[in-house]
Design a protein around this ligand. Structure first.
Ligand code: FMN
Length: 179
């Protein structure tokens, strides 16, 4: 059955390494007949969560910016894919800010049951992505109906375009196909 797949690309570099992983995942998921949308956070205005917790009382955020629509798309998606560069052994600030702003989804009838993490880092060792996995796993654990299914890590890539030919691209495509 066709699934709604929402890919959130969280690098400030369009066409960068994690964004390329996102495109390969999208290509596979589309070929398999799913409805796929990619949102690039670098095109959006996403302010920091104020911590007011009004969202838990009235179900929506008091800040009117692009995060509201993205959180609504997240609510409707069956599959969430987070593509991020590794920044100081965690996810990018853009992604962390978006996850904070998705707080209105907490305790709602959200659709997503599967989450994937796509990450790129300068260091080749898998240990470079562990902090990013912990960050995403922490968010996923707050949404009891969903789980972090897989992480696709492209290590040893730094400049834009360096990911070309990296085996993680094929893995992203194949995982997208099987989503
Ligand atoms: C602010 C900043 C922090 C970074 N921190 C790390 C890090 O902790 N470990 C690492 O291996 N690479 C680190 N990098 C390198 C990026 O992860 C690497 O360039 C990656 O390929 C960028 O992905 P992108 O093209 O999707 O933006 C950092 C880069 C920047 C700009």
């Amino acid at each position: 059955m066709s699934k709604k797949v929402l890919i959130i690309s969280a690098s400030p570099r369009k066409g960068g390494n994690s964004d390329t992983l996102a495109d390969e995942f999208a290509r596979g998921a589309k070929e398999a007949g799913n409805i796929v949308e990619k949102v690039s956070l670098c095109d959006k205005t996403i302010n920091f969560c104020k911590g007011c917790l009004a969202c838990l009382k009235c179900g929506r955020c008091v800040i009117q910016d692009d995060a509201v629509e993205i959180a609504s798309k997240m609510h409707e998606a069956d599959v969430l894919v987070f593509a991020t560069p590794v920044y100081y052994y965690s996810v990018s600030g853009q992604l962390k800010t978006m996850l904070d702003r998705a707080n209105p989804l907490y305790d709602t009838d959200y659709a997503f049951t599967k989450v994937y993490l796509l990450a790129a880092a300068a260091e080749a060792e898998v240990s470079a992505v562990e902090g990013s996995i912990t960050a995403i796993q922490g968010w996923v654990d707050c949404f009891s109906r969903c789980k972090l299914v897989d992480t696709i890590f492209a290590g040893g890539v730094n400049s834009v375009g360096e990911i070309a030919g990296h085996p993680a691209l094929e893995k992203a495509y194949q995982t997208g196909k099987s989503v």
